[in-house]
Design a protein around this ligand. Structure first.
Ligand SMILES: C[S@@+](CC[C@H](N)C(=O)[O-])C[C@H]1O[C@@H](n2cnc3c(N)ncnc32)[C@H](O)[C@@H]1O
Length: 316
């Protein structure tokens, strides 16, 4: 094996790092990550069911089917206050709102409140535009958007929210491999810095969560250092203040537990619709894999979907 030297390029260091982390699997994973991202049309229930607004709203949002799972794992309920800490551009915010009304009907939104934050002003603008394009005014009234560093949110509020989603900034290897300019900026130190930000976001999320409330951590990286290891660091920092929920066999995560993808759900499940897909339907070979603390959806095993990691926790 070549020893890294001062002249080793970031892409060579990146390759060596992931080969060390993931072993021979990295080769097939890298090939899958170089393929174009898979997008599925998520049906907008308001556009579908409210004729008065249907012309004004877009009827499908395209997203990686693996991204649905962290949003569904949050299992939001009517009447709850939910915080989405790293929300822009809004895919998972929409997914959790759509999931709520698919399970409980359009009236489920009446007393519901969703707070979305993001640190990037440019991405906040995109988030607001996405929300306006998919949600009717009475639903927009239930959603608040804040430009803030969510790792500091816990300084201002405690024990307020029923559920919190941390869809954290991460190494996103698909993006890095497909954008050579971004790959040039990669370093181990950068990944280490991300883990510190991820733990800080989790500490803040735990602070604003009510006791008994649910916290979902998700990333789009295959790096165990930014996934299970972050959960372990969080456990050390906040020992006894939360537990990881590892038995996810409950019906709301049926597609996960049965080994089928959301796209293979029954015809009555309109959360993911197969009508007029802009891409051919995916026939996944395997489903999410359980890791030490969470779940990983690997693109090499799920016909290109993912990568997505998520871990479900409950505040003690
Ligand atoms: C993986 S993306 C979120 C994707 C989004 N949840 C979705 O499904 O469309 C991570 C986001 O975290 C934001 N971010 C990074 N650090 C943050 C912080 N300290 N507070 C709030 N947002 C942050 C980034 O600007 C980026 O938009």
């Amino acid at each position: 094996m070549k020893t890294p030297s001062a002249s080793t390029s970031p892409s060579e260091l990146f390759e060596a790092h992931y080969r060390e982390l993931l072993g021979p699997r990295w080769e097939t994973l890298r090939d899958a990550l170089l393929e174009p991202e898979i997008k599925f049309p998520m049906s907008n229930p308001w556009a579908r069911e409210l004729p008065a607004v249907s012309d004004a709203l877009l009827d499908h949002y395209l997203l990686d089917p693996a991204s649905l799972w962290p949003a569904k794992a949050l299992e939001v309920q009517p009447g709850e206050q939910v915080a989405d800490l790293c929300a822009a551009p809004g895919g998972k915010s929409l997914a959790l709102l759509f999931d709520l009304v698919e399970r409980f009907g359009l009236s489920a939104i009446t007393d519901f409140r969703l707070l979305c934050s993001d640190q990037s002003l440019a991405r906040i603008k995109r988030l607001k535009s996405v929300l306006r394009t998919y949600l009717p005014p009475e639903v927009l009234d239930r959603v608040e958007v804040f430009h803030r560093d969510a790792s500091r949110w816990g300084l201002y509020e405690s024990d307020v929210y029923d559920r919190v989603l941390v869809d954290a900034p991460c190494s996103g290897e698909r993006h890095l491999l497909q954008q050579p300019k971004e790959l040039k900026k990669w370093s181990k130190a950068r990944s280490r810095h991300l883990t510190q930000r991820q733990v800080a976001l989790l500490c803040s999320a735990l602070q604003i969560l009510k006791p008994g409330g649910r916290l979902v951590y998700s990333t789009c990286t295959v790096s165990p250092l930014e996934n299970d290891s972050v959960i372990e660091q969080f456990q050390k920092k906040r020992r006894g203040r939360f537990k990881v929920l590892q038995s996810l066999s409950a019906p709301p995560l049926g597609p996960l537990s049965s080994g089928a993808f959301p796209s293979e759900a029954s015809a009555s499940d309109s959360f993911i619709t197969q009508t007029s897909p802009p891409h051919p339907p995916v026939k996944p070979t395997r489903s999410a894999e359980q890791t030490r603390w969470g779940w990983q959806i690997w693109p090499d095993h799920c016909q290109g979907a993912g990568p997505i990691y998520f871990c479900v926790m409950e505040k003690e």
